[in-house]
Design a protein around this ligand. Structure first.
Ligand code: BGP
Length: 475
């Protein structure tokens, strides 16, 4: 017998500023690193960028109306730092703040709970040019000032705050794999930047606490890919433990306890890539812990032992949607990923593993004892607009249905889950995969007819989710 979802469960959906807003240079907005990086030839799939995206900046009323008709309880979106502070610091752009006032008020007028992400990867370009963005400790103060502006402006209306979206991804892709701005490939810098981001995250939580905003909660969103061992071979078990430690605990432990996992840190010291930790950093990390863990869950990884010599190294990701074109990755001497014969994969080679969500929810609950807000989960797919203007995304319904069930199973086991945000609400720009990789429950028409129409068409999954929300999770 499964437990019911709590009556105040936040059935939501999510987006991020650069991926939906467009209006990249409108009403005083400054450039972000993505406004620049996406225009470097070859940086993204078919050189797509978010200049127009799905024009949510001008169409937010229409988008929010569709949310209301669907019965959505929560909408997670991010604020573009360079809309509020065009140069990242200094002069405030009132027009930028007003856009988010309008969006928040529109949501509240339909009783939709706004869940606001402070940072979804779009640091102002000025800060990158001035001091290297996240690579300098100067960013800690600037990010904090920006966050405080938002807390003061919207704190009366916004009660759910997400600090950094997927620090592991934006730092990892920015400084390790070199696929996001500033496209650096240097492990030592990766760990340095990551530590600075940890301190910035904690500093913002400390400021949030000092403001004592009534009934408000704050936490980071982490892209957690739980790891399984390939076999009962003890070498594979240890490989899986190493991977879990270096890929997840290395962030989650810091958020929850203000401590780096010891074995992982020893490994970094041994390799000469450990970050510089200044006096006071660890105290701050320990003092400023979150109210909840934001979880972005898409897939699991299966690993096996990876020999030191001739082992598998860097990943070759699939950004095209050509199934089977990615390559396994790993750290020689520790672990390497391998296919899991028990899970399917998407066209972009991401595993489809609802049980993995059940697993990771339990891992977080057991290890950290913090409530969990699922801030992203969804299926990237090629969708087809039929001639009668419908989109029959049965495969997405199947995916979401199984993940909703996994959440209910975790709740039944005693895990505290505050809400579930599907990724994504409308179709939007997938950073490196262009517009062809669609996640939305609302289709955005850009392929057929006039490319610029950007009209919205609810998909079959929109109506399915409407039923889930109305019945509080009955399927
Ligand atoms: C997460 C990001 C989102 C979103 C999603 C899907 O990592 O927080 O912004 O893009 O993944 O990823 P992708 O667009 O690469 O398929």
């Amino acid at each position: 017998q499964l437990k019911d979802f709590p009556t105040d469960f936040l059935w939501g959906s999510a987006s991020a500023a650069y991926q939906v807003e467009g209006a990249w240079n409108v009403d005083g907005k400054g450039k972000s690193v993505w406004d620049v990086y996406a225009k470097v030839p070859g940086a993204t799939f078919q050189d797509t960028n978010g200049d127009v995206a799905v024009d949510h900046y001008h169409r937010y009323k229409e988008d929010v109306k569709l949310m209301a008709e669907q019965g959505l309880k929560a909408y997670r979106f991010s604020i573009a730092w360079s809309r509020v502070l065009p140069n990242g610091t200094g002069e405030i752009n009132e027009a930028g703040l007003e856009f988010y006032d309008r969006l928040i008020d529109e949501l509240l007028s339909y009783q939709i709970t706004p869940v606001v992400t402070l940072y979804h990867w779009d640091i102002p370009q000025t800060l990158m040019e001035r001091y290297g963005g996240w690579e300098s400790r100067e960013v800690i103060e600037d990010f904090n000032n920006y966050a405080v502006i938002l807390f003061k402006r919207y704190g009366d209306r916004v009660k759910h705050w997400v600090t950094l979206n997927e620090q592991n991804v934006f730092v990892g892709q920015g400084y390790k794999t070199g696929t996001h701005p500033p496209a650096v490939r240097d492990e030592k810098r990766f760990y340095e930047v990551n530590h600075i981001a940890n301190v910035a995250n904690a500093k913002v939580i400390q400021s949030f606490r000092a403001l004592s905003i009534e009934d408000a909660l704050i936490g980071p969103s982490f892209a957690y890919t739980p790891v399984y061992p390939k076999s009962p071979n003890p070498k594979d078990i240890l490989a899986a433990e190493n991977a879990e430690e270096l890929l997840s605990h290395f962030w989650m432990d810091v958020y929850a306890w203000g401590e780096y996992p010891r074995v992982a840190m020893n490994y970094l010291i041994k390799e000469g890539i450990a970050p510089t930790i200044l006096p006071g950093d660890l105290e701050l990390l320990k003092a400023a812990t979150p109210d909840f863990m934001g979880l972005n869950y898409y897939q699991t990884a299966t690993v096996e032992y990876n020999p030191l010599n001739g082992g598998v190294g860097e990943a070759k990701p699939n950004f095209t949607g050509k199934k089977g074109s990615s390559k396994d990755s790993g750290i020689p001497g520790l672990f390497k990923t391998t296919a899991n014969p028990f899970t399917e994969t998407t066209d972009w080679d991401w595993t489809i593993d609802p049980e993995g969500l059940h697993v990771v929810l339990r891992r977080i609950e057991n290890r950290y004892q913090l409530p969990i807000l699922i801030t992203e989960n969804g299926l990237g797919a090629f969708d087809k607009l039929e001639s009668d203007d419908t989109i029959n995304d049965e495969y997405r319904i199947d995916y979401l249905k199984r993940h909703v069930k996994a959440i209910q199973e975790a709740i039944t086991d005693g895990v505290t889950v505050l809400g579930y945000c599907t990724w994504s609400y409308t179709d939007l720009l997938s950073w490196l995969n262009g517009y062809q990789k669609r996640y939305g429950m609302v289709f955005v028409d850009r392929d057929e007819h006039d490319e610029k129409t950007l009209r919205r068409i609810p998909k079959k999954s929109y109506y399915w989710y409407q039923g889930v929300i109305a019945s509080n999770g009955k399927q």
